[in-house]
Design a protein around this ligand. Structure first.
Ligand code: FAD
Length: 404
């Protein structure tokens, strides 16, 4: 297939084909069923099974490990389409994507061969875990500890918080403090690949000591579970240190920060997807609903809302694709990924609120899709760094790049 980009959509033929396929999947399988899974807060198993068949768990995993071997830009386009359907669906893929990125970037060949083929097929899914009950933004305050035992394995103790896919995942890429005396602190953290039994609240056998309390009840982002993880004397073999003990011990912080950069492009794409859906709903409703004898879309105040929404959607998409393309080209894109995440997640919230206002009283009813979007959108302001943290990142990087 040609890799020439269309001048208007800037998508190659391959990107067009795959995004059209995912768009159709969202229209036919996600959107008609999201309301049910959201209201019941149950895991959308049949949708996930179809995603496995479509290969969506292995989009960026190289072909030699059974994936599609596509770049971050194409992945971002796919995430936009999934999120347009329902952000919980993209959430099931997103932590898995971060896990596979960590393996591709920092894993040993042995670890890649062990996990990537099953991950590409969606047979096993991955979670990633930094946050704890007392910290989210301040990652270096992590308390969960890893101590080396006499038999060479590592004992992990501590509590993790807000782990997306925490129950149903088979692997958790977990950041743990392994050198409490490290100065600076960030040199004292290690990323372990913690294996677990998917679906087990209490792990047994080799995974004993890793327990998953009942899922956290949330405002939105239903269907996909967010859980705590309690490590209580959990033993992790040294070969499950990301990259192996020699290469990976006390390197976890830098590894996770690298992964968060692509994670930011990922959340930005989710912001574009939810904003795009809000725009579609607003365009439709505003032409159907009449007040004062004409469709509300003919009132200038409503047209201005639509104009602002469409402008935000396009700007968010362009920023997101720029950050992804720079990363794919091997250029430094930390600043651009931060900008994309900040702008697109705020655009998501803005467009959803404008769409909600356009729906008047019906926006407050569970009968209308916008009600779900209104509960889902705020998550994107928080995950992978809040808007305040993004501004800190952008500000610091900006000054570093323009030092006088
Ligand atoms: C549904 C959901 C799913 C999640 N999934 C995951 C996951 O899979 N894995 C994972 O590790 N984490 C996950 N998280 C956690 C998420 O990353 C954190 O919630 C986020 O990083 C914010 O941390 P916090 O909640 O501890 O807020 P805090 O860090 O306590 O921040 C509270 C407020 O203070 C502001 N603030 C903090 N520091 C500063 C500062 N220096 N200057 C200015 N303002 C500041 C913040 O912006 C925020 O407004 C998830 C969270 C949610 C809600």
């Amino acid at each position: 297939m040609a890799v020439v980009a269309d001048p208007y959509t800037e998508k190659s033929d391959e990107q067009k084909a795959i995004t059209e396929m995912v768009h159709q999947f969202a229209d036919e399988q996600i959107l008609p069923n999201a309301e049910h899974y959201d209201h019941e807060d149950v895991f959308p198993e049949p949708i996930v099974e179809q995603m496995k068949e479509l290969g969506l768990f292995g989009v960026t995993i190289p072909e030699e490990y059974g994936g599609m071997g596509l770049d971050l830009t194409t992945y971002a386009m796919i995430v936009e389409e999934l999120s347009r359907g329902w952000i919980s669906i993209s959430g099931i893929v997103n932590t898995h994507f971060i896990g596979s990125y960590l393996l591709m970037q920092f894993g040993s060949e042995e670890q890649r061969q062990k996990y990537l083929p099953d991950m590409a097929a969606g047979k096993i899914r991955a979670a990633f875990s930094l946050s704890e009950p007392e910290l989210g933004s301040d990652v270096q305050a992590i308390k969960t500890s890893g101590v080396k035992r006499e038999d060479g394995s590592w004992e992990i103790n501590g509590q993790k918080m807000w782990v997306t896919n925490g129950l149903l995942s088979s692997l958790v890429f977990v950041l743990v403090k392994t050198d409490p005396t490290a100065d600076p602190r960030h040199r004292g953290f290690t990323c372990f690949i913690a294996e677990k039994e998917p679906g087990a609240a209490e792990n047994t056998g080799p995974y004993k000591g890793l327990n998953v309390p009942p899922k956290i009840k949330k405002l939105g982002y239903k269907g996909v579970e967010s859980t705590e993880l309690v490590f209580d004397g959990y033993h992790c073999p040294a070969e499950n240190i990301l990259g192996g003990e020699e290469a990976g011990l006390n390197r976890g912080f830098a590894q996770m920060m690298d992964a968060l950069e692509v994670g930011r492009v990922n959340v930005a794409a989710r912001g574009v997807g939810i904003a795009q859906r809000a725009l579609e709903l607003a365009l439709r409703y505003s032409q159907e609903r009449k007040t004062f004898g004409r469709p509300i879309a003919e009132h200038q105040a409503i047209q201005f809302k639509l104009a602002d929404m469409a402008t935000q959607v396009d700007a968010a998409r362009l920023l997101t694709l720029r950050a992804a393309r720079m990363k794919d080209a091997g250029e430094r894109s930390d600043l651009e990924a931060g900008m994309a995440k900040l702008f697109a997640s705020e655009a998501g919230r803005f467009c959803v609120e404008e769409c909600f206002r356009i729906h008047g009283g019906y926006g407050y009813s569970k009968e209308y899709e916008i009600e779900r979007l209104y509960r889902d959108a705020p998550l994107l302001l928080i995950g992978e760094g809040t808007s305040e943290i993004q501004r800190m990142v952008i500000g610091r990087k900006l000054l570093a790049r323009h030092k006088i």
